[in-house]
Each structure stands twice: as structure tokens, then as C-alpha cells.
Write a protein that binds this ligand. Structure first.
Ligand code: GSF
Length: 221
């Protein structure tokens, strides 16, 4: 028998938003537990037992603990999805989604975390040019991936869209998206924002995140 799914997160966290979008798309009920990173709740003994890497999001599925948003969303579709549309079983289609998920984990999100983590934990508020450049590169890759498609891997929305959009939208805290230069990324983010409950699952916390990070940053000339 399946117990209640529990998502541990901090609502402003982009990967937490990706998990919320996935849970919503799968129509799954879950309990949400807020972990305040600024109060160091993620370093408590209890949380470290569940996730020794002390990151949010963390999923508890009946005593099985899974962290890293990408692992969480794939698990959720594989276990609970009524179809494989969000994360196709076809190997080639899945590889394309995986590529974008790994891109988010290793390039896109890191370009944000490299600014946000020093700021939130060590009050480093000056952003060097190379960190801004890495965000420009990441926006450029997304523009290329989109090509003529409405979504990142083609005509259907997949997990790649939830994860990459959650991060890409948050990058505006560091570098506003230039709509002339990246029109496809701008249109894609707008398209996703019309999903049902997007405001509740994503936009509200995004606004909070941007307000917490953006005003404090200064840029190297
Ligand atoms: C990244 C999670 C992460 O860095 C994922 O789940 O996708 N690849 C992972 N989360 C941050 C919060 S945030 O910046 O969204 C976190 O939990 N930081 C606390 C820490 O100690 O690293």
C-alpha cells in the first residue's frame, strides 16, 4: 500500500518548484514540509539522516528517501505516471529528455547556484563577469535546444521543461532574460506559465526568490 508522499523543500528553491510542477502534472496528493535553509534546518540531525547531501528538494515515499530534483521527478513519472508522456520509455526519446535534465543539473542550475549560494551563505554580493557570461551561455543553449519546437524536446511538454524552466526563470535574479536575443526562451517560459496552477506552484515563489536575491547583487565592470 502506498503511504503519503512528502516533499521537503524551501518554496523559493527552483528545483523544489520543478518537483511541485511534476506532482501537479501527475495529479498526485502530497504533504509539503518547508525546510528553512537560512535557519540551517537542512543541517539538523534528522534531515541529514534522510539526506546526507543536505539539499532540498527531498522526497519521502513511504520511507524511501530520494533527493536531487531530477531523480525525484523521473521516479515520480516512472512510478505514478498514467502515461509516459512526461518521461518517455522509448530509449531515444528518453535520452533527449535526460540530456536536458543533465544540462539543467550540471550547467543551467550551477550557473545560478554559483551566484546564489555564496550570496545567501557567505554574503558575497559581487558577481564576477565570468559568472554572468556562464548564464548568457546557458540561455543561448536553451534557445538552440528549442529550435522550432514549443517545448525543449519537441511538441510535448516533458520533465525537461519543468526542470529547465524552473531554473531558467530564476536566472532573472542575476541576469534578466534579453527577449530580443533569446525570443524562443522568452516564448517558452510564457507558454509554461499558462499551465493550470502555475501561479501557485511556481510564479509566486519565483517572485519571492528574485526579490531576495536580485536587489543585493552588484556586478563587476
Ligand atoms: C540541487 C539542489 C540544491 O542545490 C537538485 O535537487 O536538483 N541538483 C540538486 N538545492 C539548494 C537550494 S536551492 O539553491 O534551490 C540547497 O538545498 N542548498 C543547501 C545546501 O546545503 O546545499
Amino acid at each position: 500500500m502506498t503511504g503519503v508522499l512528502v516533499l521537503y523543500g524551501m518554496d523559493i528553491s527552483p528545483p523544489v518548484r520543478a518537483c511541485k510542477l511534476t506532482l501537479r502534472a501527475l495529479n498526485l496528493d502530497y504533504e509539503y514540509k518547508e525546510i528553512n535553509l537560512l535557519e540551517r534546518e537542512h543541517l539538523s540531525e534528522d534531515f541529514l539522516k534522510k539526506n546526507p547531501q543536505h539539499t532540498v528538494p527531498l522526497l519521502d515515499d513511504n520511507g524511501t528517501f530520494i533527493w536531487d530534483s531530477h531523480a525525484i521527478v523521473c521516479y515520480l513519472v516512472d512510478k505514478y505516471g498514467k502515461s509516459d508522456e512526461l518521461y518517455p520509455r522509448d530509449l531515444v526519446k528518453r535520452a533527449r529528455v535526460d540530456q536536458r535534465l543533465f544540462f539543467d543539473a550540471s550547467i543551467l542550475f550551477m550557473s545560478l547556484r554559483n551566484v546564489s549560494l555564496p550570496y545567501f551563505y557567505h554574503q558575497v554580493n559581487v558577481v564576477p563577469k565570468e559568472k554572468v557570461d556562464s548564464i548568457k551561455d546557458a540561455y543561448g543553449h536553451l534557445e538552440t535546444f528549442l529550435g522550432d519546437n514549443p517545448y525543449l524536446t519537441g511538441s510535448n511538454i516533458t520533465l525537461a521543461d519543468f526542470c529547465c524552466a524552473a531554473t531558467a526563470s530564476a536566472l532573472a535574479a542575476v541576469l534578466e532574460l534579453d527577449q530580443q536575443k533569446y525570443p524562443k526562451v522568452a516564448a517558452w517560459l510564457k507558454r509554461l506559465s499558462s499551465l493550470p496552477h502555475y501561479e501557485e506552484d511556481s510564479s509566486r515563489s519565483l517572485e519571492k526568490y528574485i526579490n531576495m536575491l536580485k536587489p543585493g547583487l552588484k556586478f563587476e565592470q
